[in-house]
Ligand binder design. Structure first.
Ligand SMILES: [Zn+2]
Length: 116
């Protein structure tokens, strides 16, 4: 499932969506916030251009929203099932911290043209 050359491999490793070899971002680590989301102009391996028309990556916002809702629901259901008497603020604080921690990774994922 995560074999090199597959779409999922390229998405999770931030590789070129066409050749699955070259890098997609200037910096692969989404937690290097100064360069987070900076996309190379072209693939260093196959030379295919990454820059699309203005607004091409705006659709990624919907993917980010969906991922955030999925995390929210997963934590909510898990906490409700495992600890039914847990105070509400603990669940909300956990979700907030988790979503803030995952935000750079979600942002990078949604910049990827195969996802957004
Ligand atoms: Zn490429």
């Amino acid at each position: 499932m995560l074999a090199k050359g597959t779409k999922l491999y390229s998405i999770l490793k931030f590789k070129c969506p066409h050749c699955h070899e070259g890098e997609f971002f200037v910096d692969r680590n989404p937690y290097h916030l100064q360069r987070a989301g900076n996309v190379l102009s072209a693939c260093p391996s196959c030379k295919r251009a990454f820059s699309k028309e203005p607004g091409f990556y705006y659709g990624g916002m919907y993917i980010s929203y969906g991922l955030s809702v999925a995390v929210f629901v997963a934590v909510w259901v898990s906490f409700s099932a495992l600890w039914p008497n847990l105070p509400l603020w603990v669940t909300f604080t956990t979700i907030a911290v988790l979503l803030i921690a995952l935000a750079p990774w979600f942002y990078a994922l949604t910049k990827y043209p195969g996802t957004g």
